[in-house]
Design a protein around this ligand. Structure first.
Ligand code: ADP
Length: 461
């Protein structure tokens, strides 16, 4: 077993991903430190760490997890060697990575420089373009005004999409089908960009009507080695947000997937990428593929890649930050040929959203909970237990149910069985909705594109 070079790791996150990271730390023999907000005083995750500290008492529920100074200060006082940011919150914040670097604490992720490059979608597109990786036709500098946007829209042809350069989480994006839409949406996207992302740069690109969202998992070490770990199909989205993800993206031709791997590795090598990262592409109906962005962090859906490759991505991130190369036996990816992909995995995000009420997050106490299980079923939960109080302050993810099996048909059945065994009383969940997706013939046939959910009303019944 690789000898630990860190002793203590602070996890600057909450819920299921905090627990996921604690587990990887324990497997490596590392001591864990949790932070929690006042609102999370009774949340399960904080009890799973060796030490836990209340943070941001005078901050908002979200603000506590965004308080860079307080987190760094605590890390210094508790002699923390490294900080894992998880996903969301500060995970893509270059100022946070820089503050860790300045404090002599390892940031478990890429450098602040890479975060700054990838945090801006226009810069990321320019990097992809510079490596010869195809990008969607669009403006390569921020738009000046609505007239500028219109001029470009006319030259690419409608439909188009306005996007916030600093956007994320499916926000800051609007489709426009005509000139009127562009005039109306321009200011709305700009305002959203300013308020939500603190960066009012917006750009325009051609809107692909029924693409698939396919993303490639990357690992890079500190010695310039970069490998891919195959791809995930994340086309099952509701309002640009992923609901169900699977690996491999078997319905995309092998030749196209090979191109995605090569292009993803090209982009990662070009920037000297270190840690786990994801290169996202849209694949159009005619088979053309386009880079859309790179996510420089662990992703919610990393579990499906772990299930089909057998590589623990979070543990790999920690080992890489400790200075171990990809060839370390616990990563086992010294050469691209070391990648073994076996079978199929599906992840379902079980949330406390109520499909009957326009997916409004439900809150309250879980009065009864029984979990699923069995061969090839993995649960990553944060607050799925009897007595848990679901608050309105954080995202509504209850548990991620990931299933593995030898064929796609078998894994669909297994995932359906597993989520039906998830028994949650006291709050509403999206389980019936996810079950409808898994049993839909279009899903089974691999023909889903990013608009499938929005265009299939029977899923909501
Ligand atoms: P975010 O950073 O908010 O996740 P992305 O750039 O990754 O945003 O895009 C999220 C989703 O938005 C994509 O998976 C796709 O469904 C949709 N999308 C983004 N760009 C386009 C485009 N040019 N045409 C059609 N759909 C798009």
């Amino acid at each position: 077993m690789a000898e630990s070079r860190f002793r203590k790791v602070l996890i600057a996150n909450r819920g299921e991903i905090a627990i996921r990271i604690f587990r990887a730390c324990y497997d490596l023999g590392l001591h864990t430190v949790a932070i929690y907000s006042h609102e999370d005083t009774f949340s399960l995750f904080r009890t799973r760490a060796d030490e836990a500290y209340l943070i941001g008492e005078n901050k908002s529920p979200l603000g506590a997890y965004l308080d860079i100074d307080a987190i760094i200060d605590l890390a210094k006082r508790r002699n923390v060697d490294a900080i894992h940011p998880g996903y969301g919150f500060l995970s893509e914040n270059p100022a946070f990575a820089k503050a860790c670097e300045d404090a002599g604490i390892a940031f478990i992720g890429p450098s602040s420089k890479i975060l700054a490059q990838m945090g801006d979608k226009l810069t990321a597109k320019a990097i992809a373009h510079a490596c010869g990786v195809p990008t969607i036709p669009g403006s390569d500098t921020p738009l000046r005004d609505a007239e500028d946007a219109l001029e470009k829209a006319v030259s690419f042809g409608f439909p188009v999409i306005l996007k916030a350069a600093g956007g994320g989480g499916g926000r800051g994006m609007r489709r426009c089908d005509n000139e009127e839409d562009v005039r109306r949406e321009f200011e709305l996207v700009k305002n959203e960009a300013r308020k939500a992302f603190g960066n009012e740069d917006i750009f325009i690109e051609k809107y692909l009507v029924e693409p698939k969202h396919i993303e490639v998992q990357i690992l890079g070490d500190q010695y310039g080695n970069v490998v891919h770990l195959g791809e995930r199909d994340c086309s099952l989205q509701r309002r640009y947000q992923k609901v169900v993800e699977f690996a491999p993206a078997w319905s995309v031709p092998k030749e196209t997937r090979e191109k995605l791997y090569a292009d993803a590795v090209k982009v990662a090598r070009h920037v000297g990428y270190v840690s786990a990262g994801t290169v996202e592409f849209l694949v159009d109906k005619d088979g053309s593929h386009y880079f859309i962005e790179m996510n420089p962090r662990i992703q919610v859906e990393h579990t499906v890649t772990e299930m089909v490759t057998g590589v623990d991505l979070v543990r790999s991130q920690i080992l890489i930050a400790e200075g171990y190369p990809l060839s370390t036996p616990e990563i086992g990816m010294g050469r691209q040929e070391d990648l073994r992909m076996d079978g199929y995995a599906i992840q379902c995000r079980v949330t406390t959203e109520d499909p009957a009420n326009n997916f409004a997050p439900d809150t309250g106490k879980i009065t009864a909970y029984r979990s699923s299980g069995g061969f090839g079923v993995r649960l990553d939960g944060g607050n799925a237990y009897t007595g848990a109080v679901i608050s309105p302050y954080y995202d509504s993810l209850l548990v991620k149910v990931t299933a593995w099996d030898r064929t796609f048909d078998a894994v669909c059945r297994k995932a359906t069985r597993a989520i039906s065994e998830e028994h949650v009383r006291g709050v509403k969940t999206n389980i019936p909705f996810v079950t409808n997706i898994l049993s839909h013939p279009t899903f089974r046939s691999g023909r889903c594109h990013t608009k499938f959910i929005d265009e299939t009303p029977e899923l909501f019944e």
